[in-house]
Design a protein around this ligand. Sequence first.
Ligand SMILES: [Zn+2]
Ligand SMILES: [Zn+2]
Length: 478
Amino acid sequence: MKGHPSPRRRIFRGTASPDDRRRNPYLLLPFEVPQGTKAIGIRYDYDRENNTLDLGLFDPRGHEFPAACGFRGWSGSARDRVVIGEHWATPGYLPGPIYPGTWHVILGLYRVSDSGCDYEVEIELLPEGPTSHPAPVVPEAPESGPHPEGWVKGDLHCHTHHSDAEGSVQEVARAAGEKGLHFLAITDHNTVSQWGEIEVSGGKQSGVVLLPGEEITTYWGHANVWGPGRWLDFRCRHRKDIKAICDLAHGEGRPFSINHPKPNGPAWEFGFDLPFDCIEVWHGLWALGNEHSLRVWEDLLRRGRRAVAVGGSDAHPRFNAQGRLIEWIGRPTTWVWTEGLSAEAILAGIRAGHVSISACPEGPLVSIAVIRGGDTFRQGESCPFAGEAELEVEVWSGEGLELVLVSGRGELARKRVMGNRWQETMPVDLEKEGYVRAELRVPVPASPPGRWPMAALSNPVWYEPFLADKIRDLWRGR
Ligand SMILES: [Zn+2]
Ligand SMILES: [Zn+2]
């Protein structure tokens, strides 16, 4: 690697090899920024057909994993040039002071061909910053109408022009509002520059509550973190690295969710022995490998691991030739039973497991509860009573679908949903079953019931004995 210093321009040329990638897939290129610099332009080039090199930037405040407080942006492989100024930056990058000192370009060696990959990175120090681009005013969509009491619906996973999609936060939120969604998490890859646009909106656009998020996109699996906090480092290579990031998220009270744990998800390769909160059991269209994610989740549930199932469309909106935003936000839709419509209430509902998932914003919605005496235990909650209790299932907009109740021991019952506002009760012994959860499947006469497509999915109600009962059982040697 050779550098050619010049006062205003610096060019790095080098070759990245598969060995480099194995040693450390994140290459740092240091460069000096003198006092008085108002903006930094970066352009890079390489053989894009056979390789994928990602781009990011750290300022002199620090670039060390995991608490790199100098994070200034990430564009993955979505852009070949970016600019960072005091008042404006390319989406994905954070505008702000151009501190004098040593900055680092980071090249992520995502895909490097066997023969290696030649790269050229040109850095330009600019005496004048880009002028701020006033955000275009996006007209508001009408607020959505009534919904089943206590339930709000949204999408926990989508991208904007702050990573590898198109459309501003406002434009994407408007699309969600037009579908009647109440909340939308903006989870761009490895960056938080989208949070600036959320702030400008006052946290709400077209009646849609915007949850700040980040998709921690490592080369060995992806995870979403929602809620306000710090930027979280994505340069995780080992289980201990991702554990450190999970702990940092928890330190800020933010749920950590493993994304698309299925082949080509891309898959999650760090293992599940981590203190994660949620798992994206339903990612995009059900047919795209989600039966695998369901099995991963079921396996965790049977081992007593109470991960909350969530859905995410992972929408990457694009503008078509007519300038219309094409997207699949809300497929699937995640429903949360909450106390109110605010980011905090939605996150609290998710943490509590008060969550159902449906194929699209129109539904269907399935809700379950176990009732014993005067007490009601909703999905995500634990019932401490052994013996017979009443299981109550409610389904909205699900006429003609097949309700499948699944417990810790396997399939518990099947019933056809009769009517669009349907309620059914049946006896259940939770101590025997361990937990109960519900699925709504679309009957396809020609195919076996085990392969019917999913229409909706609930989280389980658990059996969890009182501590006194547990200790009594231990004393009896059970
Ligand atoms: Zn992902
Ligand atoms: Zn994504």
